[in-house]
Write a protein that binds this ligand. Sequence first.
Ligand code: ADP
Ligand code: NI
Length: 211
Amino acid sequence: MNEIVSTITHYVKQKLENEGSGHDWHHIERVVQHAEVIAKAEGANDFVCIVAALVHDLADDKIAPSEAEGLKEVERLLEDVNREEREHIIEIISSISFKGGNRPPVTTLEAQVVQDADRLDAIGAIGIARTFVYAGAKGDLIHDPSITVRDNMTPETYRSGQSTAINHFYEKLLHLKELMNTTKGKELAQQRHKFMEHFLNQFHDEWAGRK
Ligand code: ADP
Ligand code: NI
C-alpha cells in the first residue's frame, strides 16, 4: 500500500474504531472496498477514490464538532497529497452526503464513485443493520404506523424531525438504487435493493399478523 494511504488508514481506523452510530471503521473499510471495485470498473483515479472513501465521514456533522472543523482536520491529514488531488478529495467529501436528498448531483467521476460506494453500504443487509443501529442510537422506534413518511426534506428536517427505522427505508433507502451514478454502482445496487424489499414485505406481514 502507498505510504500516504497507509498513514491515513491508520489515523481513520484509530479515530473511528469505537464510533457507535453506524460510521465505525468497518463502514469505512467497506466503502473503500466498494470504491476500489467501482473505480476500477469505471476507469476513475483510484488513489483519489480510496483516500476520499477513507476520510469521507470525518467532516460529517455526526462525527465532527462542525463540518468546517472536520474539513480542517481532513486538510491537515492530507498535507502530503498533491494540491490538485487534495482539493478534489475535499470537494468530494463536501458534496456526497444525502442530507434529505435535495442536494445537487455530484460532478466528477471520482465523486460519483465514492458516493455510490457509500450508498451501497446504506442498502442491502448491511444497510438494514445500520438503519436499526442508527435509529436505536437516536432513540427512534422500529416502526410506528401513526408517524407518516416524509418527502421533500430540508437537511434540518431530515436530521432533526421525528422518524422511525422503517420510515427511513421509504424516506431514503429505497430511492438510492435510482440515484446511483455509475454503471457498476447501479449493477451492485440491484440485488441489495431486492433484499430490502423482501425484508420490508416480511416485516409488514409479521406486523399485520399475516405471517
Ligand atoms: P446521510 O448521508 O443521510 O447523512 P449517513 O450515511 O450519515 O446518512 O447515515 C449513516 C447510516 O445511518 C446510513 O446507513 C443511513 O441510512 C442511516 N440513517 C441515517 N439517518 C437515519 C435515520 N433517521 N433513521 C435510521 N437510519 C438512518
Ligand atoms: Ni459513510
